[in-house]
Design a binder for this molecule. Structure first.
Ligand SMILES: [Cu+2]
Length: 91
């Protein structure tokens, strides 16, 4: 039962972290995916980073009690050498 309550806590914590989806221009290979992942990680503001070459999207969650501005997301992706064209948040 202890395991279940820890699981419920993790799920509820996740529910408060905004999920962000970014359309990225210019990705062509796995190196692009790695570069974008690395720069997003370097912001120290997001977690669960998934970059999809197929969908040309980066998705991630803000860390608990942390906000990342659209301008910071654009800057990180630009630093990797790409362009963030659209940013969506689930809350
Ligand atoms: Cu590439």
């Amino acid at each position: 039962m202890k395991f279940l309550s820890v699981l419920m806590l993790l799920i509820s914590l996740n529910a408060f972290a905004a999920r962000v989806e970014v359309d990225v221009l210019g990705m062509t290979c796995g190196m692009c995916v790695e570069a974008i992942t690395k720069e997003l990680k370097a912001t120290n503001k997001v977690d669960n980073i998934k970059v999809s070459l197929e969908n040309k999207k980066a998705t991630f969650q803000e860390l608990a009690k942390t906000k990342i501005a659209d301008s910071e997301i654009k800057a990180a992706i630009k630093k990797a050498g790409y362009e963030a064209v659209k940013i969506r948040r689930d809350k």
